[in-house]
Write a protein that binds this ligand. Structure first.
Ligand SMILES: N[C@@H](CCSC[C@H]1O[C@@H](n2cnc3c(=O)[nH]cnc32)[C@H](O)[C@@H]1O)C(=O)O
Ligand SMILES: [Zn+2]
Length: 439
């Protein structure tokens, strides 16, 4: 058998326990064959085709970044310190109007490089030139749920229709790309930036094809209030009426949700993707993560784009989620370490409907090995506490997705780091020149 063995470390199990043991991966199927320290596992290690040394480290499920706009890495640090609406209209959208498909591709390469380096093996992306993002996912070896973001405000009828059609077409055409590692979704941007008729028709057609729906929801008060005033109902009641809620669907943010909306998410099985850094940076508010979890809602974590974060490191997101979750609940025991680790792993995989998120026999071999033998991680009273509060993305030693080693000893094998950095920096500077000329 063609196996990859990850040896000599400790392993984070789905029940949250950490035990010493090796992980045996079938490289052909991309799944975990066995986990543990028994004789059967030792036999596999003896005739492994490939070994990854995890001595002094912790093997964890590959992290899942459940909401991002990956190519926005090109806009990292381009516009800071503004609220969502002004940030989008004054800075981000004018810059995005100048983006070429090549920009989107190199921005995606840069973002995926950063994610592999920090132990993320799967992500959900809402952007444009989705075929180019899918190419990057294919080459890099990660998994993703991709979609074309639809905005209809400020567009002509013909442009708006074309945007909806493109999102539906992308979802149909790209599903299953990259040997099945790419899945898709219909992605209207939000309940306020897409008109009702477009939302209604697009969601209905997506549902008819079993295509999941992903959108931004209840991110800021400025987004909730107009819906309340114009429709006399809360945004998630409107979303439910549109058919946007359901077990395959996932909503980014869910910051300003009331008890009835939390119940709606729980009853419909709709997942919420918490983006704590973006919510803090844009001063959008604090999501009621503890209440969402207590109600039984699947909560995942997302970085959002690199222009509102400003990195794609899920370890930062875990820490931020635990911190702001306590502040929001006014309770230091709220959103504990185990909860944020679960949100970044199994919660993310469940929200996106992608394999991974758990290390167990039969599960997808999507893994990361985190060094624990570092000064800032010493002593190790509780490895799960470290994952939530002290580990940084740069502590990741190896990354594996679908049974394939994507990073070994901090060297990314599937992408050329130096070339990508150079191309991305050049593309970003050209982009800014074009935006200045256009304004
Ligand atoms: N086809 C659309 C693009 C939508 S992509 C998704 C959009 O979400 C934007 N975005 C990034 N972060 C956030 C956020 O936190 N809230 C809302 N939108 C965001 C991002 O800049 C991008 O314009 C068009 O023609 O404009
Ligand atoms: Zn977003």
């Amino acid at each position: 058998m063609d196996t990859l063995c990850i040896t000599g470390g400790r392993v984070l199990h789905p029940d949250g326990r950490v035990r010493e043991g090796d992980v045996v991966v079938d490289r052909e199927t991309g799944t975990v064959l066995a986990v543990g320290g028994d004789d059967a596992v030792a036999d596999h290690v003896d005739d492994a085709a490939e070994i990854l040394d995890a001595t002094g480290g912790l093997v964890i499920p590959g992290l899942v970044n459940a909401h991002t706009h990956v190519s926005m890495t090109l806009l990292r640090g381009y516009a800071d310190d503004k609220p969502l609406d002004a940030w989008l209209r004054e800075d981000v959208w004018p810059a995005e109007a100048e983006l070429t498909d090549d920009d989107i591709e190199v921005g995606a390469e840069l973002g995926v490089l950063e994610m592999i380096r920090s132990g993320t093996t799967a992500f959900a992306d809402m952007y444009f030139a989705t075929d180019r993002v899918a190419d990057v996912v294919d080459r890099a070896g990660v998994r993703a749920r991709l979609g074309h973001g639809v905005v209809t405000v400020g567009k002509s009828e013909a442009e708006a229709v074309a945007d909806v059609e493109e999102s539906l077409a992308v979802a149909a055409d790209l599903d299953g790309a990259a040997d099945g590692r790419v899945r898709t979704a219909f992605m209207p941007h939000s309940l306020t930036t897409v008109g009702e008729a477009y939302l209604r028709e697009g969601i209905e057609r997506a549902a008819a094809e079993d295509v999941p729906v992903h959108l931004h929801a209840n991110e800021t008060r400025a987004e909730v209030d107009p819906i309340l005033e114009e429709r006399g109902e809360r945004p998630l009641a409107y979303a439910d009426d549109l058919g946007a809620l359901g077990p395959e669907n996932f909503l980014a943010h869910c910051v300003h949700v009331d008890d009835a909306e939390i119940e709606l998410l729980a009853d419909t099985g709709t997942a919420a993707v918490h983006c704590p850094a973006s919510n803090m940076k844009l001063a959008s508010g604090m999501a009621p993560v503890q209440r969402l979890r207590e109600a039984g809602v699947t909560v995942a974590l997302g970085t959002d784009g690199a222009a509102s974060n400003n990195d794609l490191d899920l370890f930062d997101e875990m820490r931020d989620a635990a911190m702001v979750g306590k502040l929001a609940a006014d309770d230091a025991s709220a959103v504990p370490a185990e909860a944020v680790v679960e949100m970044a792993t199994a919660g993310g995989a469940d929200a996106l409907g992608l394999p991974g998120g758990r290390i167990a026999a039969g599960a997808a071999a999507d893994l990361a090995v985190v060094d624990l033998d570092r000064p800032h991680l010493t002593p190790v009273h509780d490895p799960v506490s470290h994952l939530a509060y002290a580990v940084r993305g740069s502590d990741v030693r190896h990354t594996v997705c679908d049974g394939r080693v994507l990073m070994r000893d901090r060297e990314v094998l599937t992408l050329d780091s130096d070339a990508i950095r150079a191309r991305a920096a050049a593309a970003a500077s050209d982009l800014v020149s074009r935006v200045e000329e256009a304004s």
